[in-house]
Design a protein around this ligand. Structure first.
Ligand code: CP
Length: 312
């Protein structure tokens, strides 16, 4: 069993199902008046964020605290990274404090995997460049189970900037693993040529093809990863051609977005605010799913089985 969670491929279907069940158990605890459990008392978690985040960083911090772990948050801004310290030296330094879990977000593909070489902690990837965001995929699965129903047999269409999207890459693998059909819809300039084979998904460049999906997963236009243009003529043109709005949605479809949203670009403001769009529920469920992931990471490390017996 792999004790790190770097990509969805580190899990198999029964393991994903177990994490979703545990998320549900933690969700029940969070509905109580007293929202703290002693599950990770005496354990320490370092959240190391080299890239901007609201949802992932907040929910990991709260998740660790609700599990009674000691939680330390390190952001590149204000840390010795600003003085030129390398990722290797930063991870080695933090490892000197013997954390049980290192949660890491970094703009470079492979950074989380690299971190595993320099720490004894279980490493959880909170997003590495355009590669992977496995906890986002798990919370997306959980959201669908809670708000829509069984995933097996659903059709999920990811729409937009697939090329720069770790959310789409991890999500496509996760939804397929759990029995959903996945399609990728967007301009040819924003869908990698090997996407069909690599992600086991149908590819379409016609926005009308989202009509057959049960779930429309709208992807953020990742302007910060696009460099100097060339992917779309203008954002206004992109919004006209591929922006998801009420006129492109049929009754019964649900809409997802990992956030942050570019309102008026990939999703219309009216659709973003419509209750058929699950974006706020995704954010809310992120905390209990990350509680389950942290619990699992410590359990997988093998050293904490006895502490976990206290559980929920
Ligand atoms: N969805 C997501 O990863 O959001 P943040 O960048 O705010 O963490």
């Amino acid at each position: 069993m792999n004790r790190h969670l770097i990509s969805i491929a580190d899990l198999d279907r029964p393991e994903v199902a177990r994490i979703l069940r545990e998320s549900h158990r933690f969700g029940e605890v969070m509905a109580r008046d007293l929202k703290k459990v002693p599950t990770l008392r005496g354990r320490s978690i370092v959240n190391l964020f080299f890239e901007a985040s609201t949802r992932t960083s907040t929910s990991f911090e709260l998740a660790g605290k609700r599990l009674s772990a000691d939680v330390v948050n390190v952001k590149a801004s204000g840390s010795s990274v600003e003085k030129g310290e390398t990722l290797k030296d930063t991870v080695l330094t933090l490892d000197a404090y013997a954390p049980d879990v290192l949660v890491i977000r970094h703009p470079c593909v492979g950074a989380a995997r690299l971190a595993t070489q320099y720490t004894n902690a279980a490493v959880v990837n909170a997003g590495d460049g355009a590669h992977a965001h496995p906890t986002q995929a798990l919370l997306d699965l959980y959201t669908v189970e809670r708000e829509v129903g069984p995933i097996d047999g659903l059709h999920v269409a990811f729409v937009g900037d697939v090329s720069h999207s770790r959310v789409a890459r991890s999500g496509a693998l996760a939804f397929r693993m759990m029995g959903a059909k996945v399609s990728l819809v967007g301009p040819a300039t924003l869908i990698p040529r090997d996407a069909e084979q690599a992600l086991g998904a149908e590819v379409s460049h016609d926005i009308n093809d989202i009509s057959s999906a049960d779930l429309i997963y709208v992807l953020r236009m990742q302007r910060e990863r696009m460099g100097k243009g060339g992917h779309v003529p203008t954002l206004r043109e992109y919004a006209t051609m591929f922006g998801v709005n009420h006129s492109r949605i049929r009754t019964g479809q649900r809409v997802m977005h990992a956030g942050p949203m570019n309102r008026g670009v990939e999703i219309s403001p009216a659709l973003a605010d419509d209750p058929i769009t699950l974006v706020e529920r995704q954010a809310g469920y992120g905390m209990v799913v990350r509680m389950a992931v942290l619990h699992d990471a410590v359990a997988r490390s093998g050293s904490a089985a006895e502490a976990l017996a206290e559980a929920v």
